[in-house]
Design a protein around this ligand. Structure first.
Ligand code: NI
Length: 136
């Protein structure tokens, strides 16, 4: 895709803050940092306006709680339409890490993440909100 250069007027102290921010985030230049910030806003908009999104739900739980594993499985079967893949990793003797990749409606994705995270015995759960790559 063609790159277009354009000028941006910005207050000196805001630019200094931006430069400190991009240094902390290890960007090599302002342009890439600026592009990422724009994409982040566009992705947020996609989640808010119910466009097709992708993302990942990660869960940490103790697999010895047998009912818990069945419950997580039941919920995932109910949301089969938006789950595109899942991976189960045995972290140690007790703990499992499960990563569920999703693609579809943001509302469904949020509902699935909330349902999984709220199962008793899930020690930690996150929803990573990303995009399908279209429109960003
Ligand atoms: Ni396991």
């Amino acid at each position: 895709m063609a790159l277009i250069r354009f000028g941006v007027s910005i207050e000196k102290d805001l630019l200094e803050k931006f430069d400190r921010f991009i240094k902390d985030k290890e960007y090599t230049n302002r342009s890439e940092a600026f592009r990422d910030l724009i994409r982040q806003e566009l992705i947020q908009k996609q989640w808010q306006t119910d466009q097709e999104i992708s993302g990942a739900i990660t869960l940490i739980y103790d697999h010895h709680k047998r009912e818990l594993v069945n419950k997580l499985m039941d919920i995932q079967h109910d949301f089969g339409g938006i789950i595109i893949s899942s991976q189960h990793i045995h972290l140690d003797h007790d703990h499992c890490l499960e990563i569920v990749a999703i693609k579809g409606s943001p509302k469904q994705a949020q509902k699935l993440a909330d349902s999984l995270k709220s199962v008793k015995g899930v020690k930690h759960g996150t929803l990573s909100m990303s995009a399908t790559g279209k429109g960003i």
